[in-house]
Design a protein around this ligand. Sequence first.
Ligand SMILES: *Cc1c(COP(=O)(O)O)cnc(C)c1O
Length: 402
Amino acid sequence: MDKIFELINEEQTRQNEGIELIASENYASKEVRRACGSILTNKYAEGYPHKRYYGGCEFVDEIEDIAIDRAKKLFGAAYANVQPHSGSQANAEAYRALLPNGGKILSLVLNDGGHLTHGSPVSFSANLYNFIHYPLDKNGHLDYEGIKQIILEEKPDLLLAGFSAYPYKIDFELLGKIAKETGILFMVDMAHIAGLVAGGKHQNPVPYADLVTTTTHKTLRGPRGGLILTNNEEIAKRVNSAVFPYYQGGPLEHIIAGKAICFEEALSDNFKEYAGLVISNTKACRDRLAKLGAVVSDTDNHLFLLNVLDTFGITGLEAQKKLEEIKITTNKNMIPGDTLKPNKTSGLRIGFAAVTTRGCTKKDAEDIADLIFDYLGNRIGVEDANKKVASIVSNWKFIEEI
Ligand SMILES: *Cc1c(COP(=O)(O)O)cnc(C)c1O
């Protein structure tokens, strides 16, 4: 067997045996994975359905048309581009469609939960555009009035919302109103919460934003990729040119087929129930940790932040590594007002999208809280902790059966 297949098997075992609490991860269904691993990978189809640069596109045209229709239906959008290879690509393409080079964008302070593509100096974004930032308030919530004041003073061209580590609901309607009143464009990057939006458990930004980008592999539970939505015909045309030929070449039709299947799954009642369970499990774990005395953010979505420095006297990096010893995967994360650097951090980001797909119950979520609290607080040893992890996971679906 090729070494690569041996490693895939080892990764499969790792995924099956572990408790996956990384808030941006999930498990795609067999059907999504079947489409992604299909012979569609063989096909070149530069361009858009019925306007391709290659022959032989009649079937991939139909596949991409279906993916577009389902994306539009799922999010109530007039236009969808399903070709972005990732969330980061989708953001580059969205900025290109909305602004000239050097355009001024107002986004969240990166250490408060923003994304690298929202103006980090190590990403293309800060190089091509002029980013300024709004902070969260001292309780870690969006400060809508403060955002409006910054817009009035700084006069950006675009307001950007949608985050990687924000545990609360976002009032897209209010942000859209502020952008309209101040005469600037409004873009939402709903990469993290797209599944909650699809499941009807978070306000949908599409009616209020000029353009919405997302990933398809986080709470939405599809293949790794991106998606751009808009209700504006002119913007839709500029998005299409920004995706191809400006930033990308041939579309990944196998992944687009996987997206189409994911959108159909997300339109089901099962998925609505799933989105609700993600939120209730997250809340159950968070509430249990708070009851035990941990310093945690509140939550009304699929994630919360645990302040491990104040709770256990260790850094986020140390906590992440320690939990890895017992097959609980999380990631270190800055907390609002963090005093430590991004490579250490005071916090852990904990999310329940992935484990809920495997069948995590409320009781499991509370047991996971106890386990994290006891293990990081040195109340139980590695052997006992590992036994508890194995016992929790033993009730869950195998990932290949999802
Ligand atoms: C994950 C994420 C992205 C990037 O997605 P990739 O597919 O990893 O490029 C963009 N924006 C936000 C807010 C994200 O959380």
